[in-house]
Design a protein around this ligand. Sequence first.
Ligand code: 5AD
Ligand code: SF4
Length: 409
Amino acid sequence: MQEDIFVSESELLKQKEYSEKVNSVLNARFPVEPPKAFIHTYGCQGNVADSEHIKGMLVEMGYVLCDDDSQADFILYNTCAIREHAEDRVFGNVGALKKYKKDKPHLIISLCGCMMQQEHIAERIKKSYPFVNLVFGTHVTHRLPELISKVLCTGKRVFCIDESEGVIAEGLPTVRDSGENAWLPIMYGCNNFCSYCIVPHVRGRERSRRPEVIIDEAKKLVGEGYKLITLLGQNVNSYGKNCDFRMNFAQLIREIDSIEGDFKFDFMTSHPRDCSFELLDVLAESKHFCGHLHLPVQSGNNRILKEMNRHYTREHYLELIKYAKDKMPDVDITTDIIVGFPGETYEEFLDTLSLVKEVEYGSMFTFIYSPRKGTPAASMPDPFTKKEKTKWFLELLKVQEEIAAARGE
Ligand code: 5AD
Ligand code: SF4
């Protein structure tokens, strides 16, 4: 059962007090105009949603948000660990921030998010990037006022990486900057442990927000004029599992759909293993579904799917797609695909190509496999070179282009 995961009222109150404390320190240190904060978000919409809370907390503390890092008094990178390339970019960009410290020694440089939740990364920052003042992991975002207060009052570097399985903090302030689109997290963490994926290692166990809180937030967003509400979770199809309330994802969708108003809803990410026919029925009947279904297949080959620990077959996936298309002929299906999983042969890759041709995706997010430290796939034999995998990858892109061209895009 999901219990003891909610951040307590008293802890949230404590953070409000820290926020007021930071506010008065900042007022004293910046008497002419308020200090500026620059936030850059890497990675997925889950990170974007976290950054919206971070911005809300910073504004409450007395910062004004800016989009020019050279003007900022506080710089924060919310980082992503999904592939090596994402991490390399962060290291490069952090290195480039050092120059700002020369003219502005009071500048606070801070790093958070999935990458920082990994011990070896936090250690590397500690040793090799001494100008970084604050590093915190994914489970302590709500404690930002306390952490900034520590940095401001002690002048020391602060590292806070909590090894817990994750919490839910409700009621945090939010600054949304996505125009008419709003992100609405319905759950956090992941229990799937796909063998290539770092997410369960850095985002903790799966935990669902209470339905009444989600529905209230959705109503508020519709009332505020948001036109597209995207429900977020690593695996939205397992919403409500192990919870004391009785509501699954299909039922939650029904509730969201019954909200009156001029809006559409989307959701991501769906896992084909847990995507139910009931959900597809509910979507087909709903008034507000935007018509986009992101159902990442990752590979079209059954041996590779097994090695990936995905718990579905090519045949089951295609059955879901057929059912979805029969019920919703205009549905726009999109996917994620990994090319070059350890040990994948060219023949196995060809199964992915044939699946792509069969499904005719609206669009695809395609990736070359990137080993992630601590995941099972990272220690599997990986005989094919990057060059070979890149060749297959380009072949996949070409097929997708041909499908788009045939559709007249
Ligand atoms: N290497 C390459 N791609 C990955 N993804 C997740 N982990 C890896 C990895 N180690 C891709 C998957 C996932 C998307 C968000 O990123 O396709 O669905
Ligand atoms: Fe990146 Fe995954 Fe973290 Fe999102 S959850 S920021 S994709 S590592």
